[in-house]
Design a protein around this ligand. Structure first.
Ligand code: ZN
Length: 230
């Protein structure tokens, strides 16, 4: 279908089923994507606040070695960022995640030496229930803009069974307790990975994922999330 025709059908479709702002619910007009201009203007962009960017980059200090942390929005309980995240997850709207992934990518300067994008895996049961992994959708948006490959199956989420939990009292067996495992480690050797998740609050999940990646020889990690609590 040519561009004009596609645009015509989109307009007709919008008249019948107008897309509405996922925050305030008003009908969107042409040129607005998922969020109306008024709501978009009010969103707390981390990238617009230098202090927040500094706080963001210090989040993993003393925990795990991370090159850079990128995040679009400041997440606070009850703010509109929470509404967007909720919309993505529970109303099954991967397109919004892809869209904001693209917006996030535009805030990442070129020449960061990134080689590939790795989305934090969801628990398979959760992914089946939701129909998609929101981190993977955000990764798709980032990949569209940054022209980087997505490594979807290089890290897996372990499911624990009874026999594994008994190890938890032995702190030194940390690898036994890991939530994630790297597979296809060879392909990650020497790579600078952009690790992607939807939201960064305590950072525990993403820290655990990064720690696994850092065990791969020569692997470096940067982190990108749609939102972070700073
Ligand atoms: Zn709105």
């Amino acid at each position: 279908m040519n561009q004009q025709l596609a645009s015509f059908f989109r307009s007709v479709f919008q008249v019948i089923y107008p897309e509405s702002c996922c925050i305030c619910g008003t009908d969107l007009v042409r040129g607005e994507d998922y969020v109306c201009t008024v709501c978009a203007f009010d969103l707390p962009y981390i990238t617009a606040n230098e202090q927040d960017v500094t706080k963001l980059n210090k989040l993993f200090w003393g925990r795990v070695e991370v090159q850079k942390v990128y995040s679009l929005f400041n997440y606070q309980k009850g703010n509109h960022v929470q509404t967007i995240l909720h919309y993505i997850k529970y109303k099954s709207r991967p397109n919004i995640a892809i869209h904001f992934g693209e917006v996030l990518a535009r805030s990442i300067a070129e020449n960061q030496g990134l080689d590939c994008i790795v989305p934090v895996p969801l628990h398979p049961k959760k992914e089946r229930a939701r129909g998609f992994n929101q981190s993977q959708a955000i990764a798709q948006g980032l990949a569209n803009e940054l022209n980087l490959p997505i490594y979807k199956s290089h890290i897996i989420r372990n499911s624990f069974n009874q026999s594994q939990t008994k190890f938890s009292k032995y702190d030194r067996y940390e690898n036994v307790r890991s939530i994630f495992s790297v597979v296809k480690a060879k392909e990650l050797e020497g790579k600078h990975v952009l690790l992607v998740d939807d939201v960064l609050t305590t950072g525990a999940t993403i820290e655990s994922c990064a720690a696994e990646l850092l065990q791969v020889s020569g692997c470096k990690v940067s982190i990108a999330t749609l939102a972070a609590r700073v």
